[in-house]
Design a protein around this ligand. Sequence first.
Ligand code: ATP
Length: 309
Amino acid sequence: MLKVEGLTVRSGDVELVHDVSFDIAPGERVGLIGESGSGKSLTALSLMGLLPEGVTATGRAALDGPDGGGDDLVGVPESRLKRLRGRDVSMVFQEPMTALNPLMRIGAQVAEIMTLHGTPRPQARRRALDLLDRVRLPEPAQIARAYPHQLSGGQRQRVMLAIALANEPRLLICDEPTTALDVTVQKQMLELIAEVAPALLFITHDLAVVASVCERVLVMYGGRVVESGPIREVFTRPRHRYTEGLLAASKLTPRGTRLPTIKGSVPAAGRFPGGCVFRNRCPHATPTCEDVPALTGDGHAHACWHPAD
Ligand SMILES: Nc1ncnc2c1ncn2[C@@H]1O[C@H](COP(=O)(O)OP(=O)(O)OP(=O)(O)O)[C@@H](O)[C@H]1O
């Protein structure tokens, strides 16, 4: 349904995302994980045609239509993307307050994305209420009359989801949509996203979140997809050492435990040129790795001395 091939994102001469390829099938929920700066957001923004100024994408990203035709998302004119954005592909961002217009009532904002794509206003207004109901906001009519600041963070994020779903997109992209929400609200929102997404690309750095929402995962590191596969496979038999590192640093290690630490001496500077890629999250934990006191507040950080693979 979505086919991304050789997606490369550059800022001037600097390559920020390198040759990324992946597919998403209709109805499939795919997670995109990786540490901060690994290129997750730029990958997603490329698919929306929303890259920051001076940043460009090359390669191919095609969205199949229900009639068998395809729509290119990369390297097409802005006028074309404007028609696809918010209609065929839509996105929910981390912070709804920056995406919502503070001076416009919620109902009008949900309706607007439909009128922009050709739905007559009265119909859009009616459908806005149905959408607010679909994202399980209580009293949709009351919510429709409210301004963004009158809603809670969780309610605002549900509104963003209603806006994203308004034109029945073929693909929904979510970039850390629940990071700003408290744990209970987060859980409800994740369940809702998993239920309503037509096909989903879900960006997060939280492995537990990706495991609860997605069926498949792509792991990004340094602008590349270094590993991909079904969640269970990647999380129980990671092939790439960065994925091992992510797992070791999370509560989702196959044994369900945090990494053991091993007492040792402080490593000599330069013994691991370039520094350990895992920072303090060594997945190896063999006697060749050592604790480095005082790197973290609790005095227990880990240094990995394995050479880079
Ligand atoms: N406008 C820009 N101009 C130049 N470089 C940028 C720009 N935006 C992002 N970058 C760089 O591109 C790389 C990838 O950034 P990106 O935002 O995609 O990472 P990310 O994995 O989404 O991180 P996070 O989880 O922190 O959002 C980073 O090194 C970042 O500094």
